[in-house]
Design a protein around this ligand. Structure first.
Ligand code: GLN
Length: 195
């Protein structure tokens, strides 16, 4: 893709930071909020934020079918943190009475929200990343991060922290439990653009 057209779902969360990271890699990045805009993109980002709020926005704007159709079309999708939760086949809110948000079900994994607990709800770590994809030494910021569990057989783990998967890929769908847009390391966004 010469200058891919990348949409960032702009209901809530840190979509502007994703836009800057993608622009630095030469992509045309723009916020999207409508089904017909989503259908035309080369790649799509579901940003972090609050998954329950984003899920309500998806329902209110009627975007669920367009988002699922985009993922099913084989074009690249990246969900980060809350975005990763929304890609999963199911979300859980362990240890709380909160109703987990409905998800899009395009990634064969279960997302456990806020799974690192209140003591360590935000932290930075250097991941154990797949060297074949140039992901060694990636420094990552986790903010009330989920844990992705019950991974299906088609899911590849591209990076771990303390043995837990933090960057996954299933075909064209990629999920990061951290915030690649908050560091100036563009490797995760580059993977979205180059496959
Ligand atoms: N804890 C948030 C949620 O469950 C995700 C946090 C984030 O995106 N940084 O939606």
């Amino acid at each position: 893709m010469a200058q891919p057209d990348v949409g960032i779902l702009a209901i809530q969360g840190d979509f502007e930071a994703h836009g800057r990271a993608l622009a630095q890699l030469g992509a045309r990045a723009r916020p999207v909020l409508r089904s017909h805009e989503i259908a035309q993109l080369d790649a799509l980002v579901l940003p972090g934020g609050e998954s329950t709020t984003i899920a309500k926005g998806i329902a209110r704007l009627g975007l669920g079918d367009a988002l699922r159709a985009f993922a099913d079309s084989g074009r690249p999708v990246l969900g980060t943190c809350a975005g990763a939760i929304l890609l999963a086949k199911r979300a859980e809110s362990p240890g709380t009475a909160h109703e987990p948000p409905p998800t899009l079900g395009v990634l064969d994994a279960v997302a456990q929200r806020n799974a690192y607990g209140t003591q360590v709800d935000s932290f930075a770590a250097t991941v154990d990343g797949d060297a074949a994809r140039g992901l060694e030494g990636l420094r990552c910021v986790f903010i009330r991060a989920p844990i992705l569990a019950e991974l299906g057989p088609g899911v590849e783990v591209l990076a771990r922290v303390e043995g837990r998967p933090v960057l996954l890929r299933e075909g064209n769908v990629m999920a990061a439990t951290f915030h690649p847009e908050l560091t100036d390391d563009g490797r995760v966004h580059a993977l979205l653009l180059t496959g």
